[in-house]
Each structure stands twice: as structure tokens, then as C-alpha cells.
Design a protein around this ligand. Structure first.
Ligand SMILES: [Zn+2]
Length: 301
């Protein structure tokens, strides 16, 4: 695609069946509905692959490891289309629900399953619900020890379920207790002293597209290295899916704006200059001294 801007953006897709979302934690989902969501996850992911192919955009797919076991052909086809296969944990549990040892085992299983299905090395990770926070600096150490080269789990925003609001908004070196890893935070727009999440998800569906454009323009003008990390879930593009029995606020957050997501993605794709996270990570790690270092476990940073 044309280099329409000197400012690279990353399109990332967190591939999970709809019943795995955080809002549904603790609810029992009938097996027949789980099967339906699995079928729809594959169909919608293939729709996304078609849209990406139409504009020759390459993306990064953070995939739940169990999906590599239940849908190996889907993972293989994503890899064969030139996209990056990365890990979104093995069974979509939040990092803070693990002990370090159990997290390591979950991560190893997801990496193995995804590498077997996709036939490419898995070096990128995104925690379910951006759950690498001040409370889980050990997650960084486990990632490095298992050979991961970058992480995209720290959202520099204030939110009730995740986030490190004072973390850098641009790529940085996240220091755990013993190791550091390249961190690619989702895009934010700094407005009135707060970081507004504009990278995707419910924000992409709820806010006018202007918010994302403003945030990206600000990242390009004011941060270095400037990168726009964006994220989406296949179920966010699935208008006709059966709705989960969520409480009112969760239901609104989950389904707001779903009808316009695909059209918005198409408009976004017209921008061009999308890179896979792994390729950008390679470039950034060639000169790590230019990156800011930020300690996850310390309140000082
Ligand atoms: Zn997820």
C-alpha cells in the first residue's frame, strides 16, 4: 500500500469467541451458544481477512491459544496471508488471576499451540483485558523468559478494570522485576490532563471517528517513536450475533455502535501505512537506547 504518512499504525485483532469477554466472567454460557460464537468468530475473522487483503494491509492477530487447537486452519490461513500470529493467552484469563508459575504454563501452551498451527514464531503478547498492571510486574519477566520480544498489554489510561495511567503513550521499555520488554501501548489522545483511549474496542464504536484521528495526529506530532497501535475484536464486527445476558452497563459497553464498526474499519484502511507489530518491534529494538524505560512495579516509574 502507499506510504500515505510517515507515521506507521498497527492494526491488531484480538481473536476470541464472544463468550470469552471479561463482562461475562462468572456467567455460565450454554454449550450450544459457545459453538455458535465459535462459528461466528471464524466467519467474522475471515471477513476481516478479506477486507485486509483488498487493500494489501498486513496486521497482527493476537489469538487465544485454544483457538489454535479448535480452529488450526483459521490460524494457518491468517499466517499464510502474511499477517503476524501473536498470543492472547491460552484460555483468555486475566493475568492477575494467575500465579506467576501458572501464567508461565498458560503462556507456554498458547505459544506452542499457535506456533504449531501457524508455522511461524510467536513473539508478541497481549493480555486479556489489558491486564498487565502495577500489580503484575512479574508478567514482564515471564514473557522475556519464554522468548517474547514485545508486549502490548499496558493501556496508559485510567479505567476500572485495567490500565497504568502514567505509563508512556509511545513505545517504551517496560521493566518487570528482573527483565525489560518492548511495550507497544494502544493509542491514546491526551486531552485536559487525561489520556483518552482512542485505540479501538468500545471507544472506536462509541466515539466519533474524529477522536481516533485527533489522537493519532497528536501521537504523530508529539511522541517519539510515533506509532498508532489500534485494536479490534472479530465479534465487534458481527451485527447479528446472539447477545449475551449481561447487566445493563456491561451490555451497553459491549454492544454500543456495533452496526457501524465495519464501515469505520474500511475508512480506516484507506489511510494506508499499516505495519505488523513484529516488524515495528524489530526496528525499534535495533536501537533500544532511544526508548524510554518505565518500571511497572514502582509507583515512581
Ligand atoms: Zn480478549
Amino acid at each position: 500500500m502507499g506510504e500515505t504518512s510517515g507515521f506507521p499504525c498497527i492494526l491488531s485483532f484480538d481473536v476470541e469467541e464472544h463468550h470469552r469477554i471479561e463482562a461475562v466472567f462468572g456467567l455460565e454460557c450454554p454449550a450450544v451458544l459457545k459453538d455458535e460464537y465459535a462459528r461466528r468468530m471464524e466467519a467474522t475473522t475471515r471477513t476481516i481477512l478479506d477486507r485486509l487483503a483488498a487493500v494489501e494491509a498486513k496486521a497482527t492477530f493476537f489469538i487465544v491459544g485454544e483457538i489454535a487447537q479448535t480452529h488450526p486452519k483459521l490460524v494457518r490461513d491468517i499466517a499464510a496471508a502474511g499477517h503476524e500470529i501473536a498470543s492472547h493467552s491460552h484460555d483468555h484469563r486475566r493475568v492477575d488471576r494467575f500465579s506467576p508459575a501458572d501464567f508461565r504454563e498458560d503462556l507456554r501452551r498458547s505459544k506452542d499451540a499457535l506456533e504449531q498451527a501457524g508455522g511461524q514464531a510467536v513473539v508478541g503478547f497481549r493480555a486479556p483485558t489489558f491486564s498487565v498492571t502495577r500489580q503484575t510486574p512479574w508478567a514482564i519477566d515471564v514473557l522475556v523468559e519464554l522468548g517474547f520480544r514485545y508486549d502490548s498489554s499496558i493501556f496508559p489510561v485510567r479505567h476500572d478494570r485495567y490500565g497504568i495511567p502514567d505509563a508512556p503513550r509511545m513505545p517504551f521499555l517496560a521493566a518487570g522485576n528482573e527483565h525489560t520488554i518492548l511495550e507497544l501501548p494502544p493509542a491514546t489522545w491526551r486531552l485536559a490532563g487525561q489520556n483518552l483511549p482512542v485505540a479501538g474496542g468500545g471507544y472506536f464504536r462509541l466515539f466519533p471517528p474524529l477522536f481516533m484521528r485527533r489522537g493519532l495526529a497528536q501521537l504523530e506530532a508529539k511522541t517519539s517513536p510515533a506509532v498508532g497501535m489500534l485494536y479490534f475484536h472479530p465479534w465487534e464486527f458481527d451485527i447479528d450475533q446472539p447477545k449475551l445476558p449481561l447487566k445493563r452497563l456491561s451490555k451497553w459497553r459491549t454492544y454500543v455502535g456495533i452496526g457501524r464498526t465495519l464501515a469505520r474499519l474500511d475508512r480506516l484502511l484507506a489511510r494506508g501505512n499499516f505495519r505488523r507489530a513484529v516488524d515495528l518491534a524489530d526496528d525499534l529494538l535495533a536501537s533500544p537506547d532511544s526508548l524510554v524505560r518505565f518500571a511497572i512495579g514502582s509507583a515512581v516509574g
